[in-house]
Design a protein around this ligand. Sequence first.
Ligand SMILES: NC(=O)c1ccc[n+]([C@@H]2O[C@H](COP(=O)([O-])OP(=O)(O)OC[C@H]3O[C@@H](n4cnc5c(N)ncnc54)[C@H](O)[C@@H]3O)[C@@H](O)[C@H]2O)c1
Length: 461
Amino acid sequence: MCNGLTPHNFRCRTEVTMKTEEKGNQNVDMGLRSFIKSLAYMTGGAAFLASTTPWLTSCTPEKLDEIKKEKARVALIGSGSRGQYHIHNLLGISHADLVTICDNYQPNLEAALALYPTAKGETDYHKVLEDKSIDGVIIAVPLYLHAQITLDALSAGKHVFCEKAMALRPEDCKAVYDAYKAGDRVLYYCMQRMYDEKYIKAISMIKEGLIGDIVGMRCHWFRNADWRREVPSPELERKINWRLYKEYSGGLMTELGSHQLEVCDWAIGMVPSQVTGMGDIVYWKDGREVWDSVNVVYRYSDGRKINYESLISNKFNGMEEQILGKDGTMDLSKGVYYLEDDHSIPGMRQLLDQVKTGIFASIPSAGPSWRPELKGSYVPHAVLEGKFSVGTGESMVSADRDGADEIRSAFCQSCITGEKAQNVVEEAYYSSMLCLLGNQAMEEQRTIDFPEEYKIPYLKF
Ligand SMILES: NC(=O)c1ccc[n+]([C@@H]2O[C@H](COP(=O)([O-])OP(=O)(O)OC[C@H]3O[C@@H](n4cnc5c(N)ncnc54)[C@H](O)[C@@H]3O)[C@@H](O)[C@H]2O)c1
């Protein structure tokens, strides 16, 4: 019997095998949707799901059935590295037709058209927006253009799916948010963790009490790569390596931190009210302007904190999002949790547990009764049964099975139904704002309070 909400019983629950369909290009449309159905069942109903992940209510299996054989006519604006990854995925979404690809850099436009030869090529995004036959646009251009193209697309009556973060400046985030609220167009941000099964399940477990009260959060993203791309001729340096320059990019915070700060707010149901931090160029002193090392502390009004760190000259720590609870710790990116009381479980029992879950930590099989308080002595438990790949955080384009397929599929469905995905924009807004405020705090070397004028009626501070 697995009733009640104690940590032990939670373990029983996760031992129930969740039937998730094998995902591949052909069944992107059904994977998450069957998962939503089984999750709603396991967590006691659709009402719970609607309160923890309201954005999923617009992409249930039933709603997919309703659109039958209709196809969303979409255009891609920005067909560089991420844009081409979007194209690969669109090929597997049966309710999507990519009709136009737009890029103002010929090599990337040609490479993208080769992937989707029936699409028309375009170099000026305004022309795409004038095309009345297009329902929605997918925007995958450098950050400094996100807000302008999104605003133009919304005012041209298009549904929009934009890459994170929302904008490079707080006032632009607010302008986009206001335009979205004032209109009836759908807007999605590619915050794929919101559609990743292991995150959804893990956060529902946190909300049900698995790890007790949340007392803090630690997120980091470490890579060992310079972020630099080869440039065919020097005048293209800023166009191709836009990520490295402050005029176009928010650096590590907007590129990486935006995803991780979003899940923190999602887990805790609040937005931090203060931020402070330090940013430096420690290793990659190659003419770039954005920091390659950032340490930022976000403080919620009740004293809980997010400790955020990113460094791209050492990858030992990889990528983690740890939600620290009084009774346990959830590592969202790995889809694994640890319970405080497992410390005392004998080594042999720990080993058996680990053989069962397929997740291993080092276990002392014999030794002194005193054990050092090391991470390795905690027993990892899987959030979901079965094989779920864990992103190392090293790829600049994507991680396998990370929710990105599903969020694009949900967007294409919304282009047909016109149904907005609840709270996606709000989540993106606050995570983007937190990144920008983090950058400001590091730039000005001071603690910043979340400005009143940028608070929106969503979540408490
Ligand atoms: N959600 C994620 O996990 C994830 C992962 C990778 C990248 N991204 C985001 O995707 C976006 C693109 O990143 P990328 O690595 O693909 O960059 P990129 O430089 O490879 O591609 C950007 C493309 O936009 C084109 N472009 C620039 N200005 C344009 C304009 N005015 N009109 C049409 N096209 C224009 C460029 O020519 C280029 O081909 C960024 O915002 C990035 O943060 C998100």
